[in-house]
Write a protein of this length. Structure first.
Length: 324
């Protein structure tokens, strides 16, 4: 299947694995890229330019296909060495970068001068238009269903994707709620040129996370995520667990007086314990409502091949309806 996204990134299938904290290691990115999609290494999980350079080199040892690096720009008193991370990406010969969080304008000149294609994650049409304005080559449009940070507008993809198609000139992919061939065909019908999957890729054999995490996703329904940090206007969709319910109780109790320091135990530094050690009640971890559509733990190749076969079958069925 050829779309503007497959052509832009030099990939076989219009499927991207989004950057995910303590998931997007070289093993994950290489498995997706080898299966014909675009795998993504999560830059901030590595933290330093030296570690990111090593991870890029490891990924190159595992695949000769295109892969990218995610750079998320977060407000911080001690920000990461973003110039150093960008240099590691350029020196490593990476040709695709997924940016997220704050406006990536600060790194755009260096990335563009290096011939790198930039896809920015956006949760609204207005942010997508800004990404287009500053020179991003594509955007990932994240609906309210998505795991992680869905923004504050609460617009689901059935509305957000067509709105993006109405306004944007650059290609975009759908993100949030994406799991199978139905997701891909629906995204294409609404104007996207592909789809981005996060939670679905965690529940694969190659995902370098504890088996408890994968089993939790398979066991969950679409009702098992919660929205936390809404009072701080930093909303995050996470899998429910004891820590999350405790966090929500603090939010209810403190109301407008809530400060980040009140919930730091439930959200700060918990990812290694969850993703690496499998302590499923250690804190809040990003998970999409799409968990309700995830029922198995295939290899990345099995998953992508299945998605593409489902998509082709659906398109053929629709063609038959038109011909009837």
């Amino acid at each position: 299947m050829k779309t503007a996204i497959t052509e832009m990134f030099g990939i076989e299938h219009p499927i991207i694995q989004g950057g995910m904290h303590f998931v997007g290691f070289a093993e994950m990115a290489a498995a997706v890229s080898n299966a014909g999609g675009l795998g993504i290494i999560t830059g901030l999980t590595q933290g330093t330019p030296e570690k990111l350079a090593n991870e890029i080199a490891r990924c190159k040892d595992m695949t000769d296909k295109p892969f990218g690096v995610n750079l998320t720009f977060l407000p911080s008193l001690t920000p990461p060495d973003y110039p150093g991370l960008v240099k590691a990406i350029i020196d490593g010969g990476v040709k695709a970068v997924e940016t997220a969080g704050r406006n990536p304008a600060q790194v755009m000149p260096a990335l563009k001068d290096a011939g790198i294609k930039v896809i920015h994650k956006c949760t609204s049409v207005r942010h997508s238009l800004k990404a287009q304005e500053i020179g991003c080559d594509a955007v990932s449009v994240d609906g309210f269903e998505c795991g992680g940070h869905p923004g504050e507008d609460d617009v689901p993809n059935f509305i957000l994707l067509p709105r993006a198609a109405d306004e944007l000139e650059i290609p975009f992919v759908s993100s949030g709620g994406m799991a199978d061939g139905r997701s891909l065909v629906a995204s294409l019908a609404m104007g996207a040129a592909g789809m981005n999957m996060g939670t679905r890729f965690i529940a694969t054999k190659e995902a370098p996370v504890h088996e408890n995490v994968k089993k939790a996703i398979v066991a969950a329904s679409e009702l098992d995520t919660r929205l936390v940090m809404r009072p701080l206007r930093n909303t995050e969709r996470v899998m429910t667990n004891e820590a999350v319910e405790r966090l929500l109780e603090k939010e209810r109790k403190l109301g407008a007086d809530l400060k980040f320091e009140d919930i730091i135990g439930e959200v700060a530094g918990v990812y290694p314990r969850i993703m690496m050690e499998g302590d499923m009640d250690a804190g809040a971890w990003s998970c999409g409502m799409v968990a309700g559509l995830i029922h198995d733990i295939p290899t990345c190749k099995e998953l992508i091949d299945r998605i593409m076969q489902e998509a082709h079958d659906i398109i053929a069925r629709l063609d038959r309806l038109q011909a009837a």
